[in-house]
Write a protein that binds this ligand. Structure first.
Ligand code: XIL
Length: 348
Protein backbone atom coordinates (compact mmCIF):
# COMPACT_ATOMS: atom_id res chain seq x y z
CA UNK A 1 0.00 0.00 0.00
CA UNK A 2 1.21 3.51 -0.72
CA UNK A 3 1.94 6.09 1.95
CA UNK A 4 -1.32 7.80 1.11
CA UNK A 5 -3.44 4.75 1.81
CA UNK A 6 -1.39 3.92 4.90
CA UNK A 7 -2.00 7.42 6.23
CA UNK A 8 -5.70 7.10 5.54
CA UNK A 9 -5.77 3.79 7.36
CA UNK A 10 -4.12 5.35 10.39
CA UNK A 11 -6.43 8.35 10.27
CA UNK A 12 -9.52 6.22 10.06
CA UNK A 13 -8.31 3.86 12.78
CA UNK A 14 -7.87 6.83 15.10
CA UNK A 15 -11.34 8.24 14.55
CA UNK A 16 -13.26 4.99 14.18
CA UNK A 17 -15.93 4.10 16.65
CA UNK A 18 -17.06 0.55 17.23
CA UNK A 19 -20.15 1.30 15.17
CA UNK A 20 -18.00 2.37 12.25
CA UNK A 21 -16.02 -0.83 12.39
CA UNK A 22 -19.29 -2.72 12.26
CA UNK A 23 -20.21 -0.77 9.13
CA UNK A 24 -16.86 -1.54 7.54
CA UNK A 25 -17.51 -5.24 7.85
CA UNK A 26 -20.40 -5.13 5.34
CA UNK A 27 -20.43 -4.14 1.70
CA UNK A 28 -19.54 -0.71 0.47
CA UNK A 29 -23.13 0.44 -0.08
CA UNK A 30 -23.99 1.00 3.59
CA UNK A 31 -20.73 2.81 4.15
CA UNK A 32 -21.38 5.02 1.12
CA UNK A 33 -24.84 5.77 2.47
CA UNK A 34 -23.37 6.93 5.77
CA UNK A 35 -20.76 8.97 3.88
CA UNK A 36 -23.63 10.66 2.01
CA UNK A 37 -23.29 9.35 -1.55
CA UNK A 38 -24.64 6.58 -3.75
CA UNK A 39 -22.24 3.88 -4.84
CA UNK A 40 -22.95 2.46 -8.26
CA UNK A 41 -21.96 0.21 -11.09
CA UNK A 42 -22.87 -0.53 -14.70
CA UNK A 43 -24.72 -3.83 -14.93
CA UNK A 44 -24.52 -6.52 -17.57
CA UNK A 45 -28.20 -7.44 -17.63
CA UNK A 46 -27.69 -10.74 -19.46
CA UNK A 47 -25.35 -11.94 -16.70
CA UNK A 48 -27.99 -11.15 -14.07
CA UNK A 49 -29.94 -14.19 -15.23
CA UNK A 50 -27.01 -16.59 -15.56
CA UNK A 51 -24.43 -15.68 -12.91
CA UNK A 52 -25.83 -15.86 -9.38
CA UNK A 53 -22.57 -14.91 -7.58
CA UNK A 54 -22.42 -11.80 -9.79
CA UNK A 55 -25.98 -10.80 -8.83
CA UNK A 56 -25.21 -11.36 -5.14
CA UNK A 57 -22.08 -9.25 -5.37
CA UNK A 58 -24.05 -6.41 -6.97
CA UNK A 59 -26.72 -6.54 -4.27
CA UNK A 60 -24.13 -6.57 -1.49
CA UNK A 61 -21.90 -3.74 -2.67
CA UNK A 62 -23.96 -1.25 -4.70
CA UNK A 63 -27.05 0.88 -4.19
CA UNK A 64 -27.13 2.40 -7.68
CA UNK A 65 -27.16 0.62 -11.02
CA UNK A 66 -26.78 1.76 -14.62
CA UNK A 67 -27.63 -0.62 -17.46
CA UNK A 68 -24.41 -1.06 -19.43
CA UNK A 69 -26.28 -1.50 -22.72
CA UNK A 70 -29.90 -2.43 -21.97
CA UNK A 71 -31.36 1.07 -22.38
CA UNK A 72 -29.38 2.16 -25.42
CA UNK A 73 -31.32 3.22 -28.51
CA UNK A 74 -30.59 0.13 -30.64
CA UNK A 75 -31.65 -2.21 -27.83
CA UNK A 76 -34.80 -0.32 -26.81
CA UNK A 77 -36.08 0.54 -30.30
CA UNK A 78 -34.56 -2.03 -32.70
CA UNK A 79 -37.18 -1.26 -35.33
CA UNK A 80 -38.99 2.00 -35.87
CA UNK A 81 -41.88 2.21 -33.44
CA UNK A 82 -41.21 -1.23 -31.91
CA UNK A 83 -39.93 -0.85 -28.38
CA UNK A 84 -38.29 -3.76 -26.57
CA UNK A 85 -38.13 -3.18 -22.84
CA UNK A 86 -37.36 -6.75 -21.79
CA UNK A 87 -33.77 -6.14 -20.63
CA UNK A 88 -34.52 -2.70 -19.21
CA UNK A 89 -37.48 -4.07 -17.25
CA UNK A 90 -35.28 -6.85 -15.83
CA UNK A 91 -32.72 -4.31 -14.67
CA UNK A 92 -35.30 -2.07 -13.01
CA UNK A 93 -36.95 -5.06 -11.31
CA UNK A 94 -33.56 -6.22 -10.00
CA UNK A 95 -32.84 -2.75 -8.64
CA UNK A 96 -36.22 -2.53 -6.91
CA UNK A 97 -35.80 -5.99 -5.38
CA UNK A 98 -32.53 -4.82 -3.82
CA UNK A 99 -33.47 -1.24 -2.90
CA UNK A 100 -31.12 0.26 -5.47
CA UNK A 101 -31.52 3.45 -7.46
CA UNK A 102 -31.50 3.25 -11.26
CA UNK A 103 -29.65 5.60 -13.54
CA UNK A 104 -31.11 5.47 -17.07
CA UNK A 105 -28.46 5.37 -19.79
CA UNK A 106 -28.57 6.87 -22.42
CA UNK A 107 -31.16 8.80 -24.43
CA UNK A 108 -29.20 10.95 -26.89
CA UNK A 109 -25.84 9.57 -27.98
CA UNK A 110 -24.41 8.99 -31.42
CA UNK A 111 -23.35 5.40 -30.80
CA UNK A 112 -25.28 2.13 -30.65
CA UNK A 113 -27.98 3.60 -32.85
CA UNK A 114 -30.06 1.18 -34.98
CA UNK A 115 -29.51 1.04 -38.75
CA UNK A 116 -33.11 2.01 -39.50
CA UNK A 117 -32.29 5.34 -37.85
CA UNK A 118 -28.80 6.06 -39.17
CA UNK A 119 -29.59 4.82 -42.71
CA UNK A 120 -33.08 6.33 -42.82
CA UNK A 121 -32.33 9.71 -44.51
CA UNK A 122 -34.84 11.50 -42.30
CA UNK A 123 -35.58 15.21 -42.49
CA UNK A 124 -34.92 17.43 -39.50
CA UNK A 125 -38.61 17.45 -38.53
CA UNK A 126 -38.82 13.67 -38.83
CA UNK A 127 -35.74 13.21 -36.65
CA UNK A 128 -37.17 15.56 -34.04
CA UNK A 129 -40.38 13.54 -33.97
CA UNK A 130 -38.43 10.26 -33.71
CA UNK A 131 -36.24 11.54 -30.89
CA UNK A 132 -39.14 13.05 -29.01
CA UNK A 133 -41.14 9.84 -29.24
CA UNK A 134 -38.14 7.77 -28.16
CA UNK A 135 -37.31 9.93 -25.15
CA UNK A 136 -40.86 10.34 -23.98
CA UNK A 137 -41.82 6.67 -24.39
CA UNK A 138 -38.77 5.46 -22.48
CA UNK A 139 -38.77 8.09 -19.73
CA UNK A 140 -42.54 7.85 -19.17
CA UNK A 141 -42.39 4.06 -18.88
CA UNK A 142 -40.02 4.34 -15.92
CA UNK A 143 -41.47 7.50 -14.38
CA UNK A 144 -40.84 7.44 -10.64
CA UNK A 145 -38.68 4.30 -10.96
CA UNK A 146 -35.57 5.66 -12.70
CA UNK A 147 -34.16 8.35 -10.44
CA UNK A 148 -31.82 9.99 -12.93
CA UNK A 149 -31.29 9.91 -16.67
CA UNK A 150 -28.26 10.37 -18.85
CA UNK A 151 -30.22 12.52 -21.27
CA UNK A 152 -27.29 13.39 -23.50
CA UNK A 153 -23.70 12.24 -23.80
CA UNK A 154 -20.47 13.06 -25.57
CA UNK A 155 -21.61 16.21 -27.36
CA UNK A 156 -18.30 18.07 -26.89
CA UNK A 157 -15.08 17.51 -28.85
CA UNK A 158 -11.51 17.25 -27.56
CA UNK A 159 -11.03 20.92 -28.51
CA UNK A 160 -13.96 21.96 -26.34
CA UNK A 161 -16.20 22.83 -29.28
CA UNK A 162 -19.59 21.19 -29.80
CA UNK A 163 -18.98 17.90 -31.58
CA UNK A 164 -20.68 17.18 -34.87
CA UNK A 165 -22.84 14.11 -34.28
CA UNK A 166 -25.65 12.24 -35.96
CA UNK A 167 -28.10 14.34 -33.94
CA UNK A 168 -26.47 17.76 -34.41
CA UNK A 169 -26.24 17.17 -38.18
CA UNK A 170 -29.80 15.96 -38.40
CA UNK A 171 -31.61 18.31 -36.03
CA UNK A 172 -29.28 21.26 -35.44
CA UNK A 173 -27.55 22.62 -32.35
CA UNK A 174 -30.75 22.83 -30.30
CA UNK A 175 -31.13 19.03 -30.14
CA UNK A 176 -29.65 19.05 -26.64
CA UNK A 177 -32.04 21.62 -25.18
CA UNK A 178 -34.97 19.85 -26.83
CA UNK A 179 -33.91 16.48 -25.42
CA UNK A 180 -33.73 17.78 -21.84
CA UNK A 181 -37.11 19.50 -22.17
CA UNK A 182 -38.77 16.37 -23.57
CA UNK A 183 -37.30 14.21 -20.82
CA UNK A 184 -38.45 16.68 -18.17
CA UNK A 185 -41.99 16.68 -19.58
CA UNK A 186 -42.08 12.88 -19.38
CA UNK A 187 -40.86 12.72 -15.76
CA UNK A 188 -40.64 16.09 -13.99
CA UNK A 189 -39.13 14.44 -10.88
CA UNK A 190 -36.24 12.71 -12.63
CA UNK A 191 -32.77 14.12 -12.23
CA UNK A 192 -31.42 14.94 -15.70
CA UNK A 193 -27.76 14.65 -16.52
CA UNK A 194 -25.23 15.41 -19.23
CA UNK A 195 -22.49 12.73 -19.30
CA UNK A 196 -19.07 12.89 -20.97
CA UNK A 197 -15.50 11.52 -20.87
CA UNK A 198 -12.10 13.19 -20.93
CA UNK A 199 -13.34 16.42 -19.36
CA UNK A 200 -13.14 15.42 -15.71
CA UNK A 201 -10.23 17.64 -14.69
CA UNK A 202 -8.67 20.69 -16.32
CA UNK A 203 -8.31 21.46 -20.02
CA UNK A 204 -10.09 22.41 -23.23
CA UNK A 205 -12.69 19.66 -23.12
CA UNK A 206 -13.55 20.30 -19.48
CA UNK A 207 -13.92 24.00 -20.32
CA UNK A 208 -16.09 23.13 -23.32
CA UNK A 209 -18.41 21.00 -21.20
CA UNK A 210 -18.58 23.79 -18.63
CA UNK A 211 -19.51 26.31 -21.35
CA UNK A 212 -22.12 23.98 -22.80
CA UNK A 213 -23.91 23.31 -19.51
CA UNK A 214 -23.62 26.93 -18.41
CA UNK A 215 -25.42 27.87 -21.64
CA UNK A 216 -28.14 25.31 -20.96
CA UNK A 217 -28.61 26.73 -17.44
CA UNK A 218 -28.80 30.28 -18.80
CA UNK A 219 -31.57 29.20 -21.16
CA UNK A 220 -33.42 27.50 -18.30
CA UNK A 221 -33.02 24.07 -19.82
CA UNK A 222 -33.90 21.47 -17.14
CA UNK A 223 -30.46 19.99 -16.51
CA UNK A 224 -29.57 18.94 -12.95
CA UNK A 225 -26.20 17.26 -13.11
CA UNK A 226 -23.02 16.57 -15.05
CA UNK A 227 -21.58 13.06 -15.18
CA UNK A 228 -17.81 12.72 -15.29
CA UNK A 229 -17.19 9.31 -16.84
CA UNK A 230 -13.56 8.77 -15.72
CA UNK A 231 -12.39 6.04 -18.07
CA UNK A 232 -8.67 6.37 -17.37
CA UNK A 233 -5.31 4.62 -17.32
CA UNK A 234 -2.45 5.16 -14.87
CA UNK A 235 -0.77 7.52 -17.37
CA UNK A 236 -3.63 9.71 -18.52
CA UNK A 237 -5.77 10.22 -15.42
CA UNK A 238 -6.61 13.82 -14.51
CA UNK A 239 -5.26 15.25 -11.26
CA UNK A 240 -7.77 14.58 -8.47
CA UNK A 241 -7.38 18.19 -7.35
CA UNK A 242 -8.43 19.38 -10.82
CA UNK A 243 -11.44 17.08 -10.68
CA UNK A 244 -12.44 18.60 -7.36
CA UNK A 245 -12.08 22.14 -8.73
CA UNK A 246 -14.08 21.23 -11.82
CA UNK A 247 -16.86 19.84 -9.63
CA UNK A 248 -16.79 23.06 -7.60
CA UNK A 249 -17.22 25.28 -10.63
CA UNK A 250 -20.07 23.13 -11.93
CA UNK A 251 -21.66 23.33 -8.47
CA UNK A 252 -21.45 27.12 -8.69
CA UNK A 253 -23.71 26.86 -11.76
CA UNK A 254 -26.24 25.02 -9.60
CA UNK A 255 -25.30 21.59 -10.98
CA UNK A 256 -24.70 18.37 -9.13
CA UNK A 257 -21.94 16.04 -10.31
CA UNK A 258 -21.33 12.30 -10.37
CA UNK A 259 -18.41 10.11 -11.23
CA UNK A 260 -20.34 7.88 -13.59
CA UNK A 261 -18.17 5.27 -15.28
CA UNK A 262 -14.81 4.99 -13.56
CA UNK A 263 -12.42 2.28 -14.62
CA UNK A 264 -8.63 2.28 -14.60
CA UNK A 265 -7.22 0.10 -17.36
CA UNK A 266 -3.90 -1.65 -16.74
CA UNK A 267 -1.56 -3.43 -19.15
CA UNK A 268 -2.21 -7.19 -18.91
CA UNK A 269 -1.19 -9.18 -17.01
CA UNK A 270 -1.57 -6.58 -14.27
CA UNK A 271 1.43 -6.34 -11.93
CA UNK A 272 1.08 -5.97 -8.18
CA UNK A 273 2.65 -2.52 -8.45
CA UNK A 274 0.10 -1.44 -11.06
CA UNK A 275 -2.78 -2.76 -8.94
CA UNK A 276 -1.51 -0.67 -6.02
CA UNK A 277 -1.25 2.47 -8.15
CA UNK A 278 -4.74 1.76 -9.42
CA UNK A 279 -5.96 1.54 -5.83
CA UNK A 280 -4.45 4.92 -5.00
CA UNK A 281 -6.10 6.49 -8.04
CA UNK A 282 -9.53 5.09 -7.22
CA UNK A 283 -9.23 6.30 -3.64
CA UNK A 284 -8.12 9.78 -4.70
CA UNK A 285 -10.99 10.22 -7.19
CA UNK A 286 -13.51 9.09 -4.61
CA UNK A 287 -12.01 11.55 -2.12
CA UNK A 288 -12.39 14.34 -4.69
CA UNK A 289 -16.09 13.46 -4.93
CA UNK A 290 -16.49 13.23 -1.16
CA UNK A 291 -14.92 16.68 -0.77
CA UNK A 292 -17.67 18.34 -2.82
CA UNK A 293 -21.18 18.20 -1.33
CA UNK A 294 -22.75 18.42 -4.79
CA UNK A 295 -20.99 15.21 -5.90
CA UNK A 296 -23.81 12.77 -5.28
CA UNK A 297 -22.56 9.42 -6.52
CA UNK A 298 -19.56 7.39 -7.54
CA UNK A 299 -19.98 4.58 -10.08
CA UNK A 300 -17.63 2.18 -11.80
CA UNK A 301 -18.21 0.86 -15.32
CA UNK A 302 -18.81 -2.69 -14.23
CA UNK A 303 -18.31 -4.57 -11.00
CA UNK A 304 -15.95 -7.41 -11.84
CA UNK A 305 -13.19 -7.69 -14.41
CA UNK A 306 -15.13 -10.60 -15.91
CA UNK A 307 -17.64 -8.27 -17.56
CA UNK A 308 -15.50 -5.20 -18.20
CA UNK A 309 -15.64 -3.67 -21.69
CA UNK A 310 -11.93 -2.75 -21.57
CA UNK A 311 -10.19 -5.91 -22.93
CA UNK A 312 -12.44 -5.89 -26.00
CA UNK A 313 -12.11 -2.18 -26.76
CA UNK A 314 -8.48 -1.71 -25.66
CA UNK A 315 -6.66 -4.94 -26.57
CA UNK A 316 -3.88 -5.81 -24.12
CA UNK A 317 -5.50 -3.73 -21.35
CA UNK A 318 -7.85 -4.76 -18.56
CA UNK A 319 -8.06 -5.50 -14.82
CA UNK A 320 -9.80 -2.12 -14.62
CA UNK A 321 -12.41 -2.64 -11.88
CA UNK A 322 -12.71 -3.19 -8.12
CA UNK A 323 -13.23 -6.98 -8.22
CA UNK A 324 -11.29 -9.56 -10.22
CA UNK A 325 -12.91 -11.97 -12.65
CA UNK A 326 -13.76 -14.37 -9.81
CA UNK A 327 -15.39 -11.62 -7.78
CA UNK A 328 -12.57 -11.20 -5.26
CA UNK A 329 -11.89 -7.71 -3.97
CA UNK A 330 -8.75 -6.07 -5.39
CA UNK A 331 -6.57 -3.43 -3.67
CA UNK A 332 -8.75 -0.76 -5.31
CA UNK A 333 -11.75 -2.07 -3.40
CA UNK A 334 -10.01 -1.65 -0.05
CA UNK A 335 -8.86 1.81 -1.04
CA UNK A 336 -12.46 2.78 -1.83
CA UNK A 337 -13.62 1.33 1.44
CA UNK A 338 -11.03 3.26 3.42
CA UNK A 339 -11.98 6.55 1.79
CA UNK A 340 -15.64 5.94 2.61
CA UNK A 341 -14.86 4.80 6.13
CA UNK A 342 -12.88 7.93 6.80
CA UNK A 343 -15.68 10.15 5.53
CA UNK A 344 -18.41 8.12 7.26
CA UNK A 345 -16.64 8.22 10.61
CA UNK A 346 -16.45 12.02 10.42
CA UNK A 347 -20.14 12.26 9.67
CA UNK A 348 -21.33 10.09 12.53
C1 XIL B 1 -19.87 0.50 -23.68
C2 XIL B 1 -20.27 -0.87 -23.15
O1 XIL B 1 -19.57 -1.11 -21.95
C3 XIL B 1 -19.98 -1.94 -24.17
O2 XIL B 1 -20.48 -3.20 -23.74
C4 XIL B 1 -20.60 -1.56 -25.52
O3 XIL B 1 -20.25 -2.51 -26.49
C5 XIL B 1 -20.13 -0.18 -25.95
O4 XIL B 1 -20.44 0.76 -24.94
N1 XIL B 1 -19.03 5.40 -22.41
C6 XIL B 1 -20.35 5.12 -22.20
C7 XIL B 1 -20.83 3.72 -22.21
O5 XIL B 1 -21.12 6.03 -21.87
O6 XIL B 1 -22.16 3.58 -22.69
C8 XIL B 1 -19.92 2.80 -22.99
O7 XIL B 1 -20.35 1.46 -22.78
C9 XIL B 1 -18.48 3.00 -22.56
C10 XIL B 1 -18.05 4.42 -22.81
Amino acid sequence: MSWRITLMAIASAVVCTTATFALAAGGVRSLAHTAGIHFGTAVNVEALGTDAPYSRLLAREFDLVTPENAMKFSVIQPERGRFDFSQADALVAFAEAHAMQVNGHVLVWDQQLPDWLTQGHFSSDELKAILREHIQTVVARYRGRVASWDVAAEAVGEDGKPRETFWSRGIGADYLALAFRWAHEADPQARLRYNDYGGEGAGAKSDGIYTLVAGLRTHRVPIDAVGLQMHVSLNDAPRPEDVRLNMKRLAALGLQTDITEMDVMLPLPASRAALKKQAVLYGAMLQACLAVPQCRSFSTWGATDRYSWIPEFFPGQGAALLFDASGHAKPAYWSIKLALLTKASHKR
